[in-house]
Design a protein around this ligand. Sequence first.
Ligand SMILES: Cc1ncc(COP(=O)(O)O)c(C=O)c1O
Length: 406
Amino acid sequence: MCELYSKRDTLALRGKHIGSEANDLALRLAQQFTGHQDVITLDHAYHGHLSSLIEISPYKFLKGKDVKKEFVHVAPTPDTYRGKYKEDHEDPASAYADEVKEIIEDAQSSGRMIAAFIAESMQSCGGQIIPPAGYFQKVAEYVHGAGGVFIADEVQVGFGRVGKHFWSFQMHGEDFVPDIVTMGKSMGNGHPVACVVTTKEIAEAFSSSGMEYFNTYAGNPVSCAVGLAVLDVIEKEDLQENASRVGNFLTELLKKQKAKHTLIGDIRGIGLFIGIDLVKDHQKRTPATAEAQHIIYKMKEKRVLLSADGPHRNVLKIKPPMCFTEEDAKFMVDQLDGILTVLEEATGTKTESVTSENTPCKTKMLKEAHVELLRDSTTDSKENPSTKRNGMYTDTHALLSKRLKT
Ligand SMILES: Cc1ncc(COP(=O)(O)O)c(C=O)c1O
């Protein structure tokens, strides 16, 4: 198992059950190894449900009553579509990495020391964000310079999902290797099994402290057998190659949809990890949040499960099972096309003339329709008499006006 998971013989492996446990242990390893406490995390990041992870998950602590703890530092998400430095910036990777450098310098100037920088290799809950090339290398350089370690969270994005590589962090190049990698979710294909991989040096610093890692079910044979079976299937059914081929096919289909539908502002992704950023207008990139929620519910009626995420909850997340086929992709896109066409017709948004994402939309939603969407998006769906027992709507008007709420 070790061999299959690691590209290097210096890596040590620890079995867990859930991604949260893996990330919790990663933090303990980092803090024990460095003797430091502080953690740099990305804005909108989610790393798990344990207290230690809510503390470093702005996606959660910004929503609840929790406040950011002093030892936690939040760096801007390296989002080149709607972040601080966009695709027209001459060097967004350096600009975003410099933000991390500044955070480190500020922390140090107030006597604080960095234990770790943690990030998903591609940020999922944050809106399907793919960091610009070179960003992780630069961040790793600054974090190592401060005596900290780099933790790559592969809980969502590992196991061949990106197609070209088995681990998403490998997309960043041979010269980038995280100090700690955490994995879970797809590792057991539904069975709870997770894992932390790190260097011998970090693992030994942890064990030599005398603080053993103990967990009643850790490394249990059933979970290990499941983990091995998953690896077998990925290998035998060539699912990594499938992710590449079907992912490219799906991305091409979606790009055609972008040329057709003004609501689609950006299609981004690699392999079977794709995001559709929905916008009300292409120039300002105003998030089409209500529309995204509407589309999700309509897609559910067509038996396609999607979710929306990102800070504005306007990014449709596409992360299908690794056995997803070209037929599935075609089916999904056909449904989406139909729903977008009806939605755009109902709201008066034309579906043609979308030439470039920097071209201002020549057509806008009809004023009345837009007003109705906004008004209805503040209405509780429970009040809708056309709601069916399964939470779906049948009445066309109610559907348009209510679905946009949730
Ligand atoms: C990126 C990331 N890390 C960690 C976790 C936590 O994993 P689990 O829910 O298995 O504890 C999740 C769960 O959604 C996740 O998306």
